[in-house]
Design a protein around this ligand. Sequence first.
Ligand code: ADP
Length: 437
Amino acid sequence: MLIETSLLIALVAAGTLMSGVAGTILAGVLATIAVLYRSLRLTRQFSDLTEDVVRATSIDRNHRLDPTGPAELTRLARAVNRLVDRVADDIIEDTAERIRLASILDSMREGVVVVDDEGVIESANPAAVEMLGTVGEVEPGMQLTSLTNHPDVIRVVKMSIETEQQTAAEIELFDNRRTLMAMAAPYPRPDTDVVRALLLLTDLTDIRRLDITRREFVSNASHELRTPLAGIRASAETLQHGAIDDSEDRDQFLTMIREDVEHMDMLITEMLELSRLESGESEMKFLDVAPQKLVEAAMKQFSAVAVDSELELVANISPDLPPVSVDAEKIDHVFTNLISNAVKWTPAEGTITVKAWADDGTVWFSVEDTGLGIDPEHLPHIFERFFKTDPARSQPGTGLGLSIARHIVDAHGGVISATSSVGEGSEFAFTVPGIQP
Ligand code: ADP
């Protein structure tokens, strides 16, 4: 407006100076026309500017205002452009943050669910859906009951909202045999006093299972050690009560003591080995070995035993087997366990066949016997620690040999399995990955 006023004054002054009153009037008219023209232009520029602002802020977020024209409008356009740029940056950052958070939630092993005070799910990550074994889609806006009907989960969520305190419960899901820790914490909504709940689900199944296994191991180990100890005590007491004076009795009880001590020694050795294998402490020394070498070495140890037990020991090795990368000593241990079991459970005149063959890049070994066989009811438990079939309870043996064999085969990336038919015999087969030429 300053420009228009100074222009008006200048025009009127010039008209007055040049042509008196008539000049003054003419100059006044001209000045008014000029001011009107300028203000019309300004109005149009303002209206263009308004349209641009609307476009840049709502229709086309990439659109920017044209910073040309009168100085004030240029400054305004630049300021608006800067503002729009800043808002655009904030939106990009906000979106990136949301995507980052969503991908963290998606890849978490823990289940995370946000539930409002009406029991409506605001968000639930895939782990929560999987852990709770939910059938069907779960979308934000659904009730918590569409995710789970477990009363304890619903209770911890409710309690944390009502008391505004963290609440937790360990829950058992019988359908998918899982143990979960459900912990709900109050999670206030920003700028309001409405409290939501953040439910965190942690899977305790493996920890609980390990705990049970450990307790079972300790209890089984104590039981197994107590049996030879009781034998030693009984023999010692019998000796004390007079048997020591009879040379025949003395020899018999001393032999029993030695056998019990040997059994305890074997138990402790095997328990330590199993524990080393389970904890991964047992170091594997992998070397490339020809499969027939492994079979021959194992069979050599049993040739005399087989003759003593009147058993035929046969090797059946496919030609041209690829070499295998194994810890030969550990694989020998597997063979020793399998062949000694076969010897133990095969009556005289039976046959034990040790085989090796390749199938699709995998090398297979097996020990087959024509022995008593294993009851189908016992077969699924044969690789469990301390497991012995009923007839084996009266026989020497720790019940750990097959469990150790399974761990060694596992550590080689292979599998071990057993097939058996009562009265006909059993076959224990295991794999190790072959080395491709
Ligand atoms: P053990 O020290 O008792 O031999 P293992 O873990 O080697 O322990 O074997 C577990 C049980 O599996 C044995 O006690 C026996 O009952 C059964 N078993 C293993 N191998 C054979 C086999 N070849 N024939 C029949 N039963 C077997």
